[in-house]
Structure formats: C-alpha cells, structure tokens
Unconditional design. Structure first.
Length: 265
C-alpha cells in the first residue's frame, strides 16, 4: 500500500490511499489542478482513481468534486447526510449526483482489492465520518474534523499501519488570536476540531509496533504552526501512559500546499 496527503489544512484537504491495483482519494477539497499535480507525482491520473470518499460537505473537503465529475465518471462515496449537504450547497445544479454512492458508518464497502469502512466522528456537519482502509492485512486510518473522541474512536482506529490524524490548533494561539468568540467556541467545542494536545492524547491510545508512519493533518493556518503541532504531539507521547517514546515513530506534519512524503508498506 501507499499512503500520502496531497493537501491538508483548514483551506483544503485531499488524501491518497492505494495498492498496486486500486487507488482512492479521501476528500477533494483543493482545486482539480492541485490534485492532478499530486497524482502526477504518484505516477497516476484521474483515470486511475477507483473512487473518491468524502468525509463531510464543508468546502475544504469537496471543492473539486464538481469539476472532477464534469470530466471523469468516478464513484463518490459519502453518507446520506453528506450527500444532502452537498446537494444543498449545489445552488446552480452543477454536480452530477448520479455518481454518488451512499455509505453508512461501520458498514464496509469493497473497491477493487481494498475494503473501506466509514467511522462516526463528532463535527458540525450533517453526517460526517472518517475512514478505515484495509488491503490484505494492512490498515490505514483517516480521521480529521473531530471535536472530541471516545472509546469508539480508539477502537475504530486501533491496529493501524499508518494514520492521518487531526492536529488542528494550539489552544493558546486560538484563544489569544483574532477569531471572533463564536468561532473560537465552535472550534473548541465537541463538534469542532482536535487540538494538538488532544491529538497527542488520542495517538497515545493508537500506537502499536507495526505503525509505519503518522501524518498530523488539518492544521489551522491562523492558530497553529507545524513545528508546534509536531512537538506538542511528540511530548504527549513521551509523557503519556504508554510504552513508547516520542521519537519511536515517524511523525510528519501533512503539507498544506503540496504532496507529503509517501508512506509505503
């Protein structure tokens, strides 16, 4: 399997997971051109993409869906709530909804030689989800836009070989930053975004001996810094109730404006 982030951040998200025979995207929240550039670096194009899985209907996760579907008939998998949210945002009726396939949390679907299993997340969208992707005995987890987590989250993401996990903001930067109070409250709430500290805490429950790489994703441009996210998560692992040290795993901050390093396993 290969796993990387084509783009990740509060301004747009797109993740790639692939095997020798099957290639999927999770979200398409940057321009079609940007996604094409990322795929090119993987020696792929849109004609190679087997499916697109959407986490929820916010613009930073669906921005390119309309333009992609104009030229490529690629199945788009999303929950019924997310499909409704996308339909509500499609004021001009420009999106081809015949390509959409409904999914439900914890009901796996098969695409080529991969199994994709949606998982529930807590976010202020109609029916948001994360995804677990399986190929043979390998497992990848993708979970961003979750304001909080619980034992279900830990169970859903346990045993991953690689992971993209949200580390959206530094709490102090957010609290002292320029955002209005209402927006700060939304981000800090249970249906907002995961802070660096909470990301590190969750990660402590997910680490395992076979973990090949971890992306910290969906960083806020205004309320976080890549170095701060990395160091905060590393310290949480170092100080957490687990047998590991902060440098035991390959932890990377997913790039905002270009493709990230590729994890292969």
């Amino acid at each position: 399997m290969r796993f990387t982030s084509i783009a990740s951040g509060s301004s747009g998200n797109c993740t790639y997971v692939g095997s020798d025979n099957t290639h999927i995207l999770v979200d398409a929240g940057v321009s079609k051109k940007r996604i094409e550039e990322g795929l090119c670096q993987l020696d792929l194009g849109f004609d190679d993409i087997s499916a697109i899985f959407v986490t929820h209907e916010h613009t930073d996760h669906i921005a390119a869906i309309r333009t992609i579907l104009k030229k490529h008939h690629i199945p788009v998998y999303a929950t019924e709530g997310t499909i409704t949210g996308i339909r509500n945002s499609d004021k001009k009726g420009e999106i081809d909804f015949s390509s959409f396939v409904p999914v439900r949390a914890d009901e796996a679907v098969v695409v080529g030689d991969m199994i994709i299993n949606p998982m529930k997340i807590s976010h202020d969208a109609l029916e948001p989800c994360g995804y677990r992707v399986y190929c043979g005995d390998k497992k990848v987890g993708i979970a961003t836009d979750l304001g909080c987590y619980d034992q279900y989250t830990v169970s859903a993401l346990s045993g991953c070989d690689a992971l993209l996990l949200e580390a959206n903001h530094d709490v102090r930067m957010l609290q002292t930053g320029p955002y209005p109070y209402v927006l700060k409250s939304r981000i800090l709430g249970d249906k907002g975004h995961l802070s660096n500290e909470k990301s590190g805490e969750l990660l402590c429950s997910l680490l395992n001996e076979k973990m090949k790489g971890i992306f910290l994703g969906h960083l806020s441009k205004e309320n976080n810094l890549p170095e701060l996210a990395y160091e905060t998560v590393r310290v949480e692992i170092e100080m957490g109730d687990n047998p590991y040290h902060g440098n035991d795993f390959h932890i990377m901050v997913a790039e905002r404006s270009c493709i990230s390093p590729i994890i292969e396993f």
